[in-house]
Design a protein around this ligand. Sequence first.
Ligand SMILES: NC(=O)c1ccc[n+]([C@@H]2O[C@H](COP(=O)([O-])OP(=O)(O)OC[C@H]3O[C@@H](n4cnc5c(N)ncnc54)[C@H](O)[C@@H]3O)[C@@H](O)[C@H]2O)c1
Length: 454
Amino acid sequence: MSELADALLKKIESRRARTGVVGLGYVGLPLLVELAKGGFHATGIDLDTRKIDAIHQGRSYIPDVSTADVQALKNAGKLDATADFSIVAQLDTINICVPTPLRKTKDPDMSYIVSAVEAIGKHLHKGMLIVLVSTTYPGTTEKVVQPLLEATGLKAGTDFFLAFSPERVDPGNPTFQTHNVPKVVGGLTPDCARLAGALYGTAIETIVPVSSTRVAEMVKLLENTFRAVNIGLVNELALMCDKMNIDVWEVVDAAKTKPFGFMAFYPGPGLGGHCIPIDPFYLSWKAKQTGFDPRFIELAGHINAGMPHYVVEKVAEALNTKRKAVNGSNILVAGVAYKRDIDDMRESPALDVMGLLHAKGAKVSYADPYVEEVHGREWSGRYDIKSVELTRGSIGRYDCIVIVTDHKTFDYEGLVAEAELIVDTRNAIKKSYPHVFRLGAPQSVGEGANAAPT
Ligand SMILES: NC(=O)c1ccc[n+]([C@@H]2O[C@H](COP(=O)([O-])OP(=O)(O)OC[C@H]3O[C@@H](n4cnc5c(N)ncnc54)[C@H](O)[C@@H]3O)[C@@H](O)[C@H]2O)c1
């Protein structure tokens, strides 16, 4: 180990190293808090001054991080935040947790990484450790981050240390949180890997070293592509089951009793969140650059992207049993967050379902205890819409209720008792009822309709 690396290792081990996190969102804030809990002085950097203000006030704005923790660490002088990158001059380590979205063309949007790294570069100094955490395509650390930082004249692996370590946070998961999810670490050189492993080892129970930054980048993409492809498979199975009058939920539940060689995935209204709908396209983009045609990713993407259309078909089918059309019907979407019991609406399939229903002339409302308002810019209806309360007595005023996100707080018994029609995309209502249309499950034909040919 070089002298410079050894000096930083000693600082990390003694907690004298000053740690920083750039990008204080769903990934960055929990990591910042874990580092502060691990005994470091931790400084968060974000361009969003509302987040900086919240930390200054000792307040958390991420459900997985408690305000009590932020308050206590702030009061103990362990936690700080700023929008000013000149603080980098005083830091020994930095984790970069900025967004990595897709452009409209489904190409990676690297602008957040580039701008954060350029801002860090202005204050980079000898002996620092920089770790890229944002999910991205293999080669980003070496081909994008390293050259930008080396433009300062300092050399990676010698003057400063560079690593990639993906985040695996599962928002809303009470069992697995930052500290007890194993952390994969790949360094540019063995010194880089050792330092990054030492830093995380202070706050995270298990470190998984891999041989390079490229391997670490690919690990994250494999994990999320695995989910996207398996969800695509089970969504296709749901479409098949619908045609074959078989209950896909019963099939998956029975299959998962096999104690080996099977992992349960469930169908749904489409992919949501900042990871599964996006990350596989980082991989397919990179693969195409090398002349490789990644077929699984594209196929799963195609099936998953079609699910909101299938949900709208189900709504039309349900309304048909009451001799009604989508056009002019009052339709309520229950749950707009991308998954149960969280407030994150990014890439939520509910927004597509609402947009498609609106385009067909439905009067669209929604209820979500976690999301107060959907702004016009967030869905294709283009107008602001506020969440309504889904209480007994109000349920019956809708022609159809579409359960898109199965929040635990919804009164499902009340829905079954009072709703005229329900389309259930999550199997939230486990049983069959004549007025409940479950995704991927058989349905008795309504009055005046004829049985479909089998
Ligand atoms: N949310 C998840 O569940 C999750 C899980 C694993 C990995 N990831 C990955 O982690 C990364 C961050 O995701 P997130 O969900 O935390 O995003 P987020 O949008 O919640 O947070 C990103 C933060 O970065 C800030 N930011 C943007 N540009 C900046 C800049 N130039 N300088 C400083 N701050 C800047 C934003 O203001 C925001 O607060 C992404 O690459 C994502 O794919 C996310």
